[in-house]
Design a protein around this ligand. Structure first.
Ligand code: CP
Length: 315
């Protein structure tokens, strides 16, 4: 097993072997959720805090379910109902949580780099559950896990990521992870949603959605993050759907078994039609299910590595 990190902050820093370690660990945990008693004692006695400064349904609940299936104690903190509202800094909040002898802090924050900053200040493990536009590593890991489960490999696959690439931590983490594992990644969006220099991450860029779909084994469709449209520069919703929305008509021109993914939440009728979201090519809910195994793997690996680090420090 190749895992010595106390934190998971992004996929940019991970090696191919480390990503494969998370995926194979997740494979072994997936079976736990099919048992009548969906629990193993791997993190018994450990405490996990979900510290969320932004809204979340899937990620927060998935981390809570994952931690509970590993027998950890779980506490959820939302910034609106905590002393963050009274002006406490992220680091002070983290240090106070650590003083409660918490082992792992799962953090979602609107600032890129927030999880890295927290991890540097604490001995507790920190898992990035999405920081600004930077990374959302567990989302990408569960996307890759789902792809591998469906297509039995990652190396050599053509994966197209469509939508708001500019503001997407999901896109960035997927690009790092997929390219490290040997997939060929195309990003497709209107020009204003493609960040300059994205080619340097090893991806192909196109504005032509039909061409991008025609060669794809899988398409990962991103949410349009209208809340980040500070300059009112985004295309209007109907215009976006007409030019970039995934419809059954568009899918019929793609490969027959193309996999359709979306990290959620979906804006139906903007990024894709309901027919596609609920259709035979969609694996969107399987992604959500796989998120539990992937997050169990991540919590297990960072906790074990941190235990080793603490043991070495005390010797
Ligand atoms: N995919 C994802 O991060 O969804 P939530 O915002 O609901 O956690």
């Amino acid at each position: 097993m190749v895992w010595t990190r106390k934190d998971l902050l992004g996929l940019e820093d991970l090696s191919q072997e480390e990503i494969e370690t998370v995926l194979s660990t997740a494979e072994s945990f997936k079976e736990v959720s099919t048992r009548e008693i969906k629990k193993v004692p791997a993190l018994r006695g450990k405490t996990v805090v979900n510290l969320f400064y932004e809204p979340s349904t899937r990620t927060r609940v998935s981390f809570e379910v994952a931690a509970k299936r590993l027998s950890a104690d779980v506490i959820n903190i939302a910034s609106e109902t905590s002393s963050v509202r009274k002006g406490e800094t992220l680091i002070d909040t983290g240090r106070n949580i650590e003083a409660l002898k918490v082992d792992i802090i799962v953090v979602r924050h609107n600032y890129s780099g927030a999880a890295i900053m927290l991890a540097r200040s604490l001995r507790a493990s920190v898992v990035n559950a999405g920081d600004g536009w930077h990374e959302h590593p567990t989302q990408a890991l569960l996307d890759i896990f789902t792809l591998k489960e469906k297509l039995e490999k990652i190396a050599g696959l053509n994966v197209t990521i469509i939508g708001d690439i500019a503001h997407s931590r999901v896109a960035r983490s997927n690009i790092w992870g997929l390219t490290k594992l040997g997939a060929k990644v195309t990003v497709c969006a209107p020009r204003m949603l493609i960040p300059p220099g994205i080619e340097q991450m090893g991806v192909r860029v196109t504005q032509d959605i039909d061409e991008a779909l025609s060669r794809a084994d899988a398409v990962n469709v991103l949410r349009m993050q209208f809340e980040r449209d500070e300059e009112n520069a985004f295309p209007k919703q109907l215009e976006y759907f007409k030019n970039y929305g995934i419809t059954q008509e568009r899918l019929e021109k793609a490969r027959k078994n193309i996999i359709v993914m979306h990290p959620g939440p979906i804006n139906r009728g903007i990024e894709m039609s309901s027919e596609v979201a609920d259709g035979l090519n969609s694996v969107i809910l399987e992604q959500v299910t796989n998120g539990i195994a992937v997050r169990m793997a991540v919590l297990f690996l960072v906790a074990a590595a941190n235990e080793n680090i603490k043991n070495e420090d005390s010797n």
